[in-house]
Design a protein around this ligand. Structure first.
Ligand SMILES: [Zn+2]
Ligand SMILES: [Zn+2]
Ligand SMILES: [Zn+2]
Length: 264
């Protein structure tokens, strides 16, 4: 089944440009150097013959979700997958109200147990009947991810990864894998990544970081998985797009907001 992956955001938690920074990348006029907070949209056309319908899955609700949806024409979301509960990955959850109008039903959201706990706490007004008035509240249905599962016709395989000491989730769908916010792939997850042909992986900057892969570490992951195409994401202002892409090996590039990949 063919799917289309759109990068809605490829920046680190501060975004690029960063507030108050005067560096060359933050002042760059290259649109590839404008990075909003990390998120992707996975769309499948479905196949009428197989009784499958078009399906759009959002990965994370970034701080910038509203502008990302407006910029990239995202009008419908059928489900959300959460990688983890850091602010840059969940703070756009309130924007789901607009997607509720499209589907007229609570939006299915999938996450691990600790992310569900944090979302319930951070967005208490959604889950506790506190008499929130005006504008409405998002209608969402949280389901814990316990292993591979299907949403509509799409099989989603959670890939446990480490983000510093924290165990979070990457996701694999077909030959595509998305590993944002990653500093280590545990032994048990490597087999889940065998045969991946399109890999998206965290590469924050060149200097090492305790909770994110550096470019060098991300390249080691690419070498081991050996995909046809690899895109780096969760990028900070240390990496100018054009100059960094020019020094990466063939088949490896920095992702940018608006980049679209066709995957199977
Ligand atoms: Zn992040
Ligand atoms: Zn900067
Ligand atoms: Zn994070």
């Amino acid at each position: 089944m063919k799917t289309k992956v759109t990068f809605l955001g490829t920046g680190t938690s501060h975004g690029v440009p960063m507030i108050g920074c005067e560096c060359a990348v933050c002042r760059s006029t290259d649109p590839h150097d404008k990075r909003t907070r990390p998120s992707i949209l996975i769309e499948s056309d479905g196949a009428p013959g197989l009784k499958t319908r078009p399906t759009s899955i959002l990965v994370d609700t970034s701080t910038d979700l509203r502008m990302q949806a407006l910029t990239h024409g995202v009008t419908r979301v059928d489900a959300i997958l959460f990688t983890h509960s850091h602010a840059d990955h969940i703070l756009g959850l309130d924007e789901v109200r607009r997607f509720n109008i499209g589907t007229r039903a609570p939006l299915p959201c999938y996450a691990d147990a600790s992310t569900i706990k944090d979302i319930r706490q951070t967005f208490a007004y959604i889950f506790e009947n506190v008499g929130y008035a005006g504008g409405g509240i998002p209608q969402i249905q949280l389901t814990e991810i316990l292993g591979p599962f299907c949403f509509e016709h799409l099989e989603i395989v959670p890939v446990p990864i480490f983000h510093g000491k924290r165990r979070i989730l990457g996701f694999r769908m077909g030959s595509f894998a998305y590993l944002t916010d990653c500093s280590r792939i545990p032994d048990e997850s490597w087999p889940l990544l065998e045969g991946v042909r399109t890999l998206v992986v965290d590469a924050l900057r060149d200097r090492p970081h305790p909770t994110h892969f550096s470019v060098k570490e991300a390249l080691e992951v690419v070498e081991r998985i050996a995909p046809e195409r690899a895109c780096f994401t969760h990028i900070c202002h240390d990496l100018p797009h054009a100059a960094t892409c020019a020094r990466l090996p063939r088949g490896v590039e920095l992702a940018y907001d608006g980049l679209v990949l066709e995957t199977t």
